[in-house]
Design a protein around this ligand. Structure first.
Ligand code: SF4
Length: 349
């Protein structure tokens, strides 16, 4: 759970209506700290990625990058259109390690130079490991997102680099669960948009195909599978919706806070509680209390079908204790009575 970089954009893409998420992205510091400042209590639940999966991810990357990225060169040789021995790799973490802004900016400069070199026909690496890109949202506070794909891979058919991510999920036959795939496609979508921005700084006419690559781990030995090329047109669209939502939320937070820190205005912001919040956001229990007693507390489908109606009112509609106030409520009341009747028959049987 994080609200930085591409993760922030993935989460905004998944829940663009949530204004509180916008404040969380604007707030300096960790998501956990955000919770503690809003709620006024320590966050005492399990938080973030499990240590075991962090270790597995780090080991997978070490394996992939070892020996001048031998396993990656083998995995991408076909796509680059040469043999593994001839694939050129540059790991920018070797030049400027770390996650501080200074190191990111230094990697961004090198990435930009490499893109320019390729465009000009000069010699450039086929695989850039740990490149740094930027996605602007200026003017305003938080005027850009740093976006860091694991890889940029030269793709002769597209005539551009394409973003790639290493995923240490252990998969058979390169198949991965639908939920995991949706999330990683959104990450690739954010990376693709940032890559477009970087290319367009150099040349507005460059077309970056709506594609990205995923490299999963084989079941044995944490070695990379062959890259899986994903069509991410839908994910790019979703991330663009998330960015537009962020710009709206930022404006609203700025109007309310009058210079104070974003967390101070959370009480005036609108949450958009969904089932997925429970697994993705530290604020989930707090936001759930704000929809307690309404249809939204019964899950996404109930919230969508029944709107902001309270559970008490729905029960009253079902029993006839309350009269529908409009056509939508009349339909809901009819359906609820039918359901109640079916349930009674089921129990009698
Ligand atoms: S838990 Fe709350 S703040 Fe977090 S995404 Fe859901 S509605 Fe927004």
């Amino acid at each position: 759970m994080s609200v930085k970089g591409s993760t922030a954009l993935v989460r905004l893409a998944g829940n663009p209506e949530c204004e509180i998420l916008g404040a969380m992205v604007l707030q300096e510091g960790s998501e956990k700290r955000f919770y503690e400042r809003v709620v006024g209590q320590p966050y005492d639940r399990e938080f973030g990625e499990r240590q075991s999966s962090k270790r597995r991810g780090a080991q997978f990357e070490r394996n992939a990058f070892a020996g001048d990225a031998r396993l990656l060169r083998e995995a991408f040789a076909n796509q680059v259109g040469t043999t593994a021995d001839r694939v050129m790799v540059r790991n920018l973490m070797d030049d400027h390690p770390g996650s501080k802004d200074d190191a990111r900016i230094a990697r961004l400069r090198i990435t930009r130079d490499i893109l320019a070199d390729r465009l000009a026909g000069r010699t450039a690496p086929d695989i850039i490991v740990q490149p740094q890109l930027l996605l602007p949202t200026r003017p305003g506070p938080k005027p850009y997102f740093f976006i860091a794909p694991d890889l940029l891979v030269w793709t002769p058919e597209s005539g551009t680099y394409l973003p790639g991510d290493l995923k240490s999920f252990i998969v058979r036959e390169n198949e991965v669960s639908a939920g995991d795939l949706a999330r990683v496609r959104l990450q690739l979508g954010a990376q693709n948009l940032a890559l477009r921005h970087e290319y367009h700084r150099l040349d507005e006419t460059v077309i970056v195909a709506p594609l990205g690559m995923l490299v999963f781990s084989k079941p044995n030995g944490l070695a990379p599978h062959a890259p899986r090329v994903e069509d991410i047109g839908g994910a790019i669209e979703a991330v663009q919706i998330g960015i537009r939502a962020f710009l709206r939320h930022r404006q609203r937070v700025d109007e309310l806070r009058a210079g104070a820190e974003p967390y101070t205005v959370v009480g005036d912001l609108q949450p958009s509680f969904k089932d997925s919040c429970l697994a993705s956001c530290v604020m989930a229990q707090w936001c759930r209390q704000r929809v307690a007693g309404t249809a939204a507390d019964m899950g996404d489908v109930a919230g969508r079908m029944l709107g902001g109606a309270t559970i008490d009112h729905l029960l009253a509609l079902m029993t006839g204790a309350a009269a529908p106030i409009d056509e939508q409520q009349r339909i809901i009341a009819t359906e609820l009575r039918a359901l109640g009747g079916r349930d009674a028959i089921g129990r009698a049987a």
